[in-house]
Design a protein around this ligand. Structure first.
Ligand code: ATP
Length: 442
């Protein structure tokens, strides 16, 4: 039986094959940051594009926005982030290691030092039990905007993309007059000063989100919630090809929900680190738009064109983290196969997400006529599909193994028969079967 995929398998493949590197690697890294190499950026863009195609371009009721990362600090006062966007921090008085208190065991977010001591938890770094009090640590990164560095110039790197959507709700309503229900979608960077970034890209300090705020009539939130949740499953299972057995819904109980949420479902995935949140969908009521009204003094009402009725819409928010989706896609695709005492690592990525769709090679790189023909096939496929790679290194067997590891579905080899009859060998990544077809039929 195949062994379970470990997180190290994914991390090591990502580094070895140029998907994801530790951020600022050359200087010894920067905790909680990651850099994408050629293969990783291709995978990430494909995932983000599929998301955009599915949620925005594929629907009449969704529209895109792209807001600035730096926002007026009033945004974060109104949203509650300035006051409450914090995690419980605990410090070891002995070694001064700092940890996220609730993650030291199975504790609630309002965990106390007494609970941690009562559970016999020792410092993961020095092994002592010398805890200080738990205090709240605000996770927003602050900076100063403009040449004056004082309290009046403080700004924050956005900790979520959602507020850039809410602050544009009125602009969109006043310019394109969408009918309710409608959604606004945004993709982009978010920053959180996580106390303990960990588990590869799962918990990073700089990451990317893909969020939708779906505006509905207050009395119609339930059906929109259900239908968006159904679409989330369809997207994950059909577009990302994540196996349904690994996807689970967690109905978040009231005591664990954000105070503004009347219903939250966390969609979890069986990662090698355990079952964890991949994305969340929350009913946020009119919390955000009402906060904006209060802080800005501007009305956020929507006027129904047919009935003339005015009201502040309620909101359902499906929120995806790109990194957690990448990790779920990689974990779902990763497989190891034993054959003749050798291990073949295969990334069984779906065709729509594979960084390269084809790899083209001449059978022998020292035969100019083969190389010339292979270049012709390569150029044609590249023109047709874009994401096609060329590989004439090593022997054919090694090339196949390398392409298997980076998830290329088909390897195309040009040999002497190609010169005679225009057929090429096409080798399938998953079955390793080879067939001959006319290169023009690819
Ligand atoms: P968690 O409980 O795991 O910290 P959260 O509930 O705070 O996550 P949300 O605020 O709901 O997360 O953010 C929406 C999505 O953004 C999450 O479902 C996740 O996919 C992603 N996300 C949140 N924090 C991080 C992070 N530090 N690194 C990578 N992705 C993240």
């Amino acid at each position: 039986m195949a062994r379970e995929t470990k997180l190290e398998d994914i991390v090591s493949l990502c580094k070895r094959r140029g998907f994801i590197f530790p951020g600022s690697d050359v200087y010894g890294g920067m905790a909680g940051t990651w850099d994408y190499g050629p293969l990783g950026v291709a995978l990430k863009k494909k995932i983000m594009n599929e998301w955009w195609k599915f949620w925005v371009e594929g629907r009449e009721d969704m529209f895109g926005v792209d807001a600035a990362i730096l926002m007026n600090p009033k945004t974060w006062v109104a949203s509650g982030h300035t006051a409450t966007f914090s995690d419980p921090l605990i410090e070891c008085v002995n070694c001064h290691g700092r940890f996220r208190a609730d993650k030291l065991g199975d504790f609630p977010a309002n965990v106390t030092k007494e609970q941690i001591v009562g559970a016999g938890i020792k410092c993961p770094t020095c092994g002592q039990m010398a805890w200080g009090a738990v205090r709240q640590f605000n996770m927003m990164f602050s900076t100063h905007v403009g040449p004056i560095v004082d309290d009046t110039s403080i700004a924050y790197l956005r900790p979520e993309t959602a507020q850039g959507i809410f602050t544009n709700y009125k602009n969109v309503v006043d310019t394109i007059y969408p009918n309710l229900p409608f959604g606004l979608a945004q993709q982009g960077k978010a920053f959180r000063n996580e106390i303990s970034p960990r588990d590869f890209v799962f918990r990073s300090r700089e990451f990317e989100q893909m969020e939708i705020e779906y505006f509905v009539r207050p009395d119609a939130w339930k059906e929109s919630f259900e239908s968006l949740l159904k679409d989330v499953h369809f997207f994950l299972e059909e577009k990302m090809k994540i196996s349904p057995e690994k996807i689970h819904e967690l109905e978040v109980p009231e005591e664990d929900r954000a105070h503004y949420s009347k219903r939250t479902v966390d969609v979890e995935f069986d990662y090698p680190i355990g079952r964890e949140e991949l994305m969340g969908i929350a009913y946020r009521t009119d919390f955000d738009l009402k906060n904006i009204e209060r802080e800005s003094g501007k009305k956020m009402e929507y006027r129904d064109k047919n009935t003339g009725e005015s009201f502040v819409p309620h909101v359902i928010e499906p929120s995806f983290g790109v990194e957690r989706l990448i990790m779920a896609v990689l974990c779902s695709s990763y497989s190891e196969e034993e054959k003749d005492g050798k291990t073949r690592v295969v990334l069984k990525l779906p065709e729509n997400l594979a960084p390269y769709r084809f790899c083209v090679s001449p059978l022998l790189k020292n035969k100019p006529e083969l190389v010339e023909k292979a270049r012709e096939v390569y150029n044609n496929l590249r023109e047709k599909y874009g994401n096609v790679t060329w590989d004439d290194s090593g022997n054919i067997g090694k090339r196949y193994l390398k392409q298997d590891e980076i998830g290329t579905p088909k390897c195309v080899v040009i040999d002497f028969d190609t010169l005679e009859d225009g057929t090429v060998t096409v080798r399938d990544r998953d079955t390793t079967e080879q067939i001959r077809v006319k290169s023009t039929e690819l």
